[in-house]
Design a protein around this ligand. Structure first.
Ligand code: FES
Length: 515
């Protein structure tokens, strides 16, 4: 590693901020204030919820999108926005576990999602920096050489335009790579704000700052908001990232959350084009983005389970070190992080929530491939609601048989949750500790385990560190200044407000102006 370049490296920006959110402004929508009736209630205003709402509205259905915070400000607002069917080395894995036909379904669903996004942009004349690009997975590690060859072979067999390479246009040498042609990238919020604007009117709605807390089943389905108002509907789509509704589906035991990090950097040399990701860890992912007449490189990676591992700032620092040893970095313009829901077999859960809940649908677990997977999921759910079937429903089905085949992953993930739950309870908090400005510690206050963060003005923010979802102990996230749950990924602000679910209730907190 070129340590001289690391020493010369530019500082990270002080606060995290997504370029996508920073460079767009959206219309705001009111909260739900009274009971309403629609055909379909959609919980979650990310790419999956907005695309589903757009598609169903076009079919003549009345829809209501209910978003706990602001639409498109969650994972969708923090993505790297690669529109690709290349989701790591997934095709050979699906072929081996589920067979050729299911791998073909997955490939077709994602290639169709790319086409759908391109056609929608053209039809609606959306100016969203859409560009066709090649996508590459590369390796420098002998262990992945055979897997790369197998992936080229399987992807080609499935009809994807895939090729094998021993070099890529980036300024470092590799062992081998698999390249997919005809992939794309864009500015996701410019695209999705355009779709979202077409939803409200003609008895269709978007509601922001409206947290759904329950679904009641009767002659109709009723989505209950925190303030007691209801959306009554024939069908409900849960597209809220980590499903908040735990009735029967046990999604919390079949998924785990991961965080990863993005830097927006300016480099002095010309970026060669293309979207890249390493096969091995630590993941390094790259693409470019036009910004004010010049170019910014989005460098991302460093995934880890939410609430687990060392200081989260270290992940940004490691990405910065990679940037400075790879390119001549002129400036670091942005840093932000994101959270993804991972499934046991790497394929999303999209379709009927459970066979016993025929009018409740779910779209979740997009891994880190939310642009195409969520678009494919929206197309599947539209077809299930309007036609009763979809050509891609089997591979995405939340009840597919491969999940049972992932029993080993089920045991590993749930053992991890149990370990986090128990070890968090056993840790002894410190007594009488000094907390410096911009520092957080778990302390004992009034005989109780308490998270304490002192802000830059010296004010102490105290909160209960017990997660309101299922009681795991929260961990401090120094890069984002939040309390994060290592079990299912709920996150809370320093004052206990929910940043991410599945938790439905804030944590108890107290603010002290001194000590
Ligand atoms: Fe499930 Fe915290 S998110 S216990």
């Amino acid at each position: 590693m070129d340590t001289k370049n690391i020493l010369k490296c530019k500082p990270l920006t002080e606060s995290p901020e997504s370029y996508w959110i920073d460079s767009t402004s959206s219309k705001t929508y009111p909260p739900l204030a009274e009971d309403i009736n629609v055909d379909v209630a959609i919980i979650g205003g990310g790419i999956a919820g907005i695309t589903t709402g757009y598609l169903l509205k076009k079919q003549g259905l009345r829809v209501a999108i209910i978003e706990a915070s602001r639409i498109l400000h969650g994972t969708t607002g923090h993505t790297t926005a690669k529109i690709t069917s290349q989701h790591g080395l997934i095709y050979n894995k699906i072929k081996k576990s589920l067979g050729h036909d299911m791998a073909k379904q997955y490939a077709d669903a994602n290639e169709s999602a790319i086409k759908f996004i391109e056609n929608t942009i053209n039809e609606n004349k959306i100016d969203c920096d859409f560009e066709m690009q090649a996508s590459y997975i590369y390796t420098k590690d002998e262990k992945y050489a055979k897997k790369i060859q197998d992936e080229v072979e399987t992807a080609s067999e499935l009809g994807i335009n895939a090729s094998y390479l021993e070099s890529i246009p980036l300024p470092f040498s590799i062992l081998s790579a698999v390249k997919f042609d005809n992939q794309a990238q864009f500015h996701p919020l410019k695209y999705l704000f355009s779709l979202s604007q077409q939803i409200p009117d003609d008895k269709s709605y978007i509601f922001e700052n409206t947290r759904a807390i329950d679904i009641k089943r009767g002659t109709k389905l009723s989505v209950i908001a925190e303030n007691g108002s209801k959306v009554n509907a024939d069908s409900v789509v849960i597209a809220s990232h980590y499903p908040f509704y735990n009735m029967e589906g046990f999604y919390f035991a079949r998924m785990y959350p991961e965080r990863s990090y993005v830097l927006g950097i300016k480099i002095n040399e010309k970026y060669p084009g293309g979207m890249y990701i390493s096969a091995e860890d630590p993941t390094r992912s790259l693409r470019s983005q036009k910004i004010n007449g010049s170019e910014m490189i989005l460098l991302s990676g460093e995934h880890h389970k939410t609430g687990q591992g060392p200081s989260t700032m270290r992940h940004y620092e490691d990405l910065r070190d990679f940037a400075c040893t790879t390119f001549n970095v002129e400036d670091i313009l942005y840093r932000w992080s994101t959270q993804d829901c991972m499934t046991l077999d790497g394929i999303p859960y999209s379709g009927h929530y459970k066979s016993s809940t025929p009018n409740i649908y779910v779209a979740t677990g997009f891994g880190k491939w939310g642009m195409t997977n969520s678009t494919a999921s929206a197309l599947i759910i539209r077809d299930l609601i309007t036609k009763g079937e979809s050509e891609y429903m089997d591979v995405y089905s939340p009840s597919r048989t491969s999940i049972a085949a992932s029993a080993k992953n089920f045991v590993v993930e749930n053992a991890n949750v149990a370990k986090q739950l128990i070890s968090g309870k056993l840790e002894t908090p410190q007594d009488d500790v000094e907390i410096k400005p911009d520092e957080a510690k778990v302390i004992t206050a009034n005989g109780k385990k308490t998270g304490a963060y002192r802000d830059k003005e010296g004010i102490l923010h105290l909160c209960d560190t017990t997660c309101t979802h299922m009681g795991c102990e929260l961990k401090w996230n120094d890069a984002e200044e939040t309390w994060d749950c290592p079990c299912h990924g709920s996150r809370f602000t320093i004052d206990g407000k929910i940043v991410e679910g599945p938790a439905l209730k804030p944590i108890k907190n107290e603010i002290r102006s001194q000590n």
